[in-house]
Write a protein that binds this ligand. Structure first.
Ligand SMILES: NC(=O)c1ccc[n+]([C@@H]2O[C@H](COP(=O)([O-])OP(=O)(O)OC[C@H]3O[C@@H](n4cnc5c(N)ncnc54)[C@H](O)[C@@H]3O)[C@@H](O)[C@H]2O)c1
Ligand SMILES: [Zn+2]
Ligand SMILES: [Zn+2]
Length: 377
């Protein structure tokens, strides 16, 4: 079938992207779902820094690639053997499928699925499936899949393992944001940091992921929740949303602010250093950010030993998405996790290059591309 989608043509074009336009919006061909796959009509999709990291080359992936991994939509067609989801169900896309057969999948979300990670790195769906093409002057050209989703498009075919039914009462924009920002930030707090009563939680980096972590930590009500970002506008918002205190990284260093559980959600080696230094004796530093593979941080190993510290890496919120996404949806319904706050703007697919500039400037929380106005809040 023909779809309309946002294809990254080249990595590393100059900013502003609104001028250099590394992403083109065009007609693409999408093959029908094969065994174990589903066709989803996309209703809404959020922009995450992990999309920008492919555009700016921080995380090199094969191009041309149809971007987008934080999406939600309606199931329109089932591939052979899919019998646990119905046509008409709203699903949240998930950016790392679980094969449920590898040793890592036996680890309850702590470790990334091995074949899922390999497929993501190769820009294909699980099982080495490539379903996106377009016509060029020389014939047909293959387009790579982004994180098993490629959700910046009117339709997507994904492996059943890349989708979690969420309940059609959850608006599509909320559902989209559950798939990456909330699953990642929320899980970094609940699954990886796991604070107990009286523990303090600090979040370093207040984008969509960090703000989701902040809202989750506030919803727990265990102890102080401290917000850290380089931008005053983000600190102001964090205070408004219920953070106990909010500081710049410089203030954290100068005033010696500490917390027992510190979650880094910035994706910068300096932010990791801030998070590490701000972790109290016996505390946990959780790192979620994805800096360039060559980026290095400086930390003192002695501190880890002498202060009995733990450093935890958390990918995908250390989550089992099929278990955790329905839990966050319920917290949203109950009013304890106000996910709608994370949506800083609603945009169209055609505005995507300029939206990447906004994201690069750290101004946005979540910019959500709306495909179906009836389906969002
Ligand atoms: N681990 C995972 O599974 C996973 C999933 C999604 C995103 N990510 C990564 O998490 C990071 C955050 O994603 P996002 O979409 O929220 O990004 P974002 O760009 O929206 O937010 C990053 C925030 O960090 C702040 N920041 C930058 N440098 C800082 C510093 N030195 N100290 C304090 N704050 C600083 C920025 O001002 C901004 O508010 C990215 O690296 C992204 O690739 C990881
Ligand atoms: Zn993401
Ligand atoms: Zn697996």
């Amino acid at each position: 079938m023909k779809i309309r989608g946002a294809v990254l043509e080249e990595i590393g074009r100059a900013k502003p992207y609104a001028d250099s336009a590394p992403i083109t919006i065009s007609e693409i061909e999408l093959d029908p779902p094969g065994p174990g796959e589903i066709l989803v009509r996309i209703e809404a999709a959020g922009l995450c820094h992990s999309d920008l990291s492919v555009v700016d080359g921080n995380r090199v992936r094969p191009v041309p690639m149809l971007l987008g991994h934080e999406s939600a939509g309606i199931v329109e067609q089932l591939g052979e053997g899919v019998d646990d989801v119905n046509v008409g169900d709203r699903v949240v896309m998930c950016f790392l499928p679980r094969c449920e057969e590898c040793a890592n999948c036996a680890e309850d979300g702590r470790l990334p699925c091995t074949p899922g990670s390999a497929a993501n790195n190769a820009g294909v769906l699980l099982g080495d499936r490539k379903l996106l093409h377009r016509q060029t002057e020389d014939g047909s050209e293959e387009i790579y899949h982004h994180l098993g989703v490629s959700g910046f498009a009117t339709y997507a075919v994904v492996n059943r393992a890349s989708a979690v039914p969420v309940g059609n009462d959850v608006p599509a924009d909320i559902a989209a944001v559950l798939g990456c920002a909330v699953l990642t930030g929320g899980g970094a707090v609940l699954n990886a940091a796991a604070p107990r009563d009286g523990d303090s939680v600090m979040i370093v980096g207040l984008g969509g992921v960090g703000m989701a972590a902040l809202l989750t930590a506030i919803s727990l009500g265990k102890g102080d929740v401290i917000a850290v970002d380089a931008l005053d506008s983000k600190l102001e918002l964090a205070r408004e949303w219920g953070a106990t205190d909010a500081y710049t990284p410089q203030e954290v260093a100068e005033q010696g602010i500490k917390a027992t559980h510190v979650v880094e959600c910035a994706g910068h080696p300096r932010a990791f250093e801030t998070a590490f230094k701000a972790t109290a004796v016996g505390g946990r530093t959780v790192t979620v950010g994805l800096p360039a593979p060559t980026a290095l941080s400086e930390i003192s190993p002695l501190t880890i030993t002498a202060e009995a510290r733990t450093i935890i890496g958390s990918y995908l919120g250390s989550a089992v998405p099929a278990r955790d996404i329905p839990k966050y949806a319920q917290m949203w319904r109950d009013g304890t996790l106000p996910v709608e706050k994370l949506i800083s703007s609603r945009i169209t697919l055609d505005e995507i290059n300029g939206a990447m500039d906004q994201l690069a400037a750290g101004q946005a929380i979540r910019q959500v591309i709306v495909f179906d106005k009836e389906a969002v809040q």
